[in-house]
Design a protein around this ligand. Structure first.
Ligand code: FES
Length: 574
């Protein structure tokens, strides 16, 4: 038996006799027909996230086969292993509640199983963040393959795709503009193929950020899930994983403060999801790096939105891919990027950009000199109503609501919202500010994507399409509107939203980065002293208890406090 600690010799089960452990391991694995030759090869783990509950991952089985082919062509032994899979529409109460569990599952399997490198196959919103959080913590050579975006489809001659169009059709249905028969027909059309949502939602944002961060082979972010190129990309990733293992090129050399800054830059330039900020904060936390939101806001001022993609523009992910994908974006953004960052190719980002094929005419990615928006895709708000901060996706706002004062209409919980939002007697007008609280990390729990508070039906039927909305929860990256999110600390722990009362005046001033509750300080202090936590639904066992006791607030990425690396030693962007 070779003495080299690679492949099957790694992570031997502890029986107090290492040679016995290896002997026993080989005896069992040989039951699956492996030869001595196969077992002597470097082992590449492949995180398999296929699930009957996850349409975004429907192609994972064929991706696994393609990765395996690449590993074997390069001389390694591929070993797939299952992990938790999360789909946005199939996770109660919300997939965010389970992201940290998936990251722990992935991390512990990567730690426990013998592997020299790992290929992480993710895609749907929370899966890639969970896998990157795990890779950052384990720090074994890792490479991400995403399932890729779905293809757009058509409904009555109009292009449609999950999930920005999902919301538009639902708003039309609520307002009575389309009937039950049509909304039912739309469900046959919105998701026309396997793959992740075909707009710049959270999954696409995370894919683009991962490529920019260097944790994915070039070109991998945008290839549609069902294109043959996606399988070729997976094969190449499998082969490259062998190289990563041989070079011991670990995530800690790739995911640095500078590469995280590149990812944030790309998030802004693609008009990405607000969830991208939250997830990157959690990934950074695993690396001992704090995301400086004030610096991120300043970065926004100098980073124009370049792509014309839904939810803020008009195109879909398959259009972005046809326009050259991330190559076109990175070519334009190059002057604003840290080009010396290492990538999984073993070359710097700058070298990869220099090796890109020539640009060509396309209508999706604008040049830096002629952007869609001049800057500030996501703004960071301060003020007595946002405590440690809140964010707003300016590029998805109604221009006329960027500076707005209105009367608070408060909903105390998700249940309260569901019970009253469409009540014809609800005292609400289009100028009011809708406030949803107790929907944050602990309050809901899991900070669901409920920040897209529906326009009250009676107003929707009058043609109102947007209002200022504020909450301590999140919003789907596919949604749009003048919506303040992630107010931190959340109301459930006594954050500022807990102090708002119906009829209070609220002022949003995005250009000034202010969110204010226009109530006297003495009165606010009086309310603060009177506030008491509601512990009636506090979990007493299992994962719920662990979650409640250890989840951090939005400004720290909602990771578990015991999983982040403290004290923070780095800052990004710096
Ligand atoms: Fe999976 Fe949108 S539901 S990416």
């Amino acid at each position: 038996m070779s003495e080299k600690k690679q492949g099957m010799r790694r992570k031997l089960t502890d029986y107090g006799d290492a040679e016995f452990s290896l002997y026993l391991r080989k005896a069992f694995i040989k039951a699956m027909g492996f030869s001595e030759d196969a077992l002597a090869r470097p082992v590449i783990g492949i995180a398999n996230t296929a699930s009957a509950y996850n349409a975004c991952h429907a192609t994972v089985p064929e991706l696994v086969e393609a990765v395996k082919r690449g590993v074997m062509l390069a001389g390694g032994l591929p070993m797939e292993f299952p992990t938790i899979s999360l789909h946005e529409s199939f996770a109660y109460p919300t997939s965010m509640y389970l992201r940290n569990l998936m990251s722990m599952d992935t991390e512990e399997m990567m730690r426990a199983l013998p592997m020299d490198a790992c290929v992480l196959i993710g895609g749907c919103d929370k899966t890639v963040p969970a896998q990157l959080m795990a890779a950052a913590s384990v720090d074994i050579p890792s490479i991400v393959v995403v399932t890729g975006p779905m293809l757009s489809g058509t409904h009555r001659g109009e292009r449609v795709c999950a999930c920005t169009d999902c919301r538009r059709f639902w708003a039309d249905y609520r307002a009575g503009r389309i009937d039950e028969r049509e909304i039912e027909a739309v469900t046959d059309r919105l998701v026309s193929s396997a793959g992740t949502c075909g707009v710049m939602g959270t999954a696409s944002t995370m894919a683009c950020m991962t490529e920019a961060m260097g944790m994915m082979l070039p070109g991998g972010a945008t290839i549609p899930a069902v294109h043959a190129d996606r399988l070729r990309h997976a094969e190449q990733a499998g082969a490259r994983a062998l190289g990563l293992a041989g070079e011991d090129l670990r995530p800690s050399r790739i995911m640095t403060g500078k590469s995280l800054a590149n990812a944030l830059r790309v998030l802004l330039a693609v008009g990405g999801s607000t969830n991208g900020v939250l997830h990157l904060t959690a990934i950074a936390g695993r690396l001992g790096i704090r995301i400086d939101m004030e610096a991120f806001d300043r970065m926004g001022n100098e980073t124009p939105v370049l792509i014309d993609l839904k939810p803020t523009g008009s195109a879909y992910m398959d259009d972005l891919h046809a326009a050259g994908g991330m190559a076109t974006v990175l070519r334009e953004l190059a002057p604003l990027l840290h080009q010396d960052c290492m990538t999984v190719t073993g070359r710097s980002l700058g070298k990869e950009i220099a090796a890109l094929p020539p640009a060509f005419d396309q209508g999706v990615v604008r040049p830096l000199s002629n952007p869609i928006h001049t800057g500030g895709g996501i703004a960071f708000l301060r003020g007595n109503l946002s405590g440690d901060g809140a964010i707003i996706k300016q590029s998805a706002c109604s221009e006329e609501l960027l500076v707005h004062s209105g009367r608070a209409v408060v909903f105390d919980s998700l249940d309260d919202l569901a019970a009253r939002i469409d009540d014809p007697s609800l005292d609400v007008s289009a100028d009011d500010v809708l406030v949803l609280r107790n929907a944050g990390p602990k309050g809901a729990p899991g900070m669901p994507e409920a920040g897209y508070i529906p326009i009250p039906k009676k107003l929707a039927q009058q043609g109102v399409r947007d209002m200022v909305r504020i909450s301590d929860c999140r919003m789907s990256g596919t949604a749009f509107g003048t919506i303040v999110l992630h107010a931190s600390p959340e109301a459930a722990v006594g954050g500022p939203l807990a102090l708002v009362r119906n009829g209070d005046a609220i002022r949003l001033d995005v250009p000034a980065r202010r969110l204010s509750l226009e109530v006297a300080d003495e009165e606010l202090e009086r309310r603060r002293q009177a506030w008491r936590p509601d512990d009636r639904s506090r979990p007493t066992r299992g994962y719920g208890k662990l979650f409640f006791e250890h989840v951090t607030q939005a400004d720290e990425g909602c990771d578990f406090d015991f999983l982040t690396r403290r004290p923070f030693e780095g800052l990004s962007p710096d």
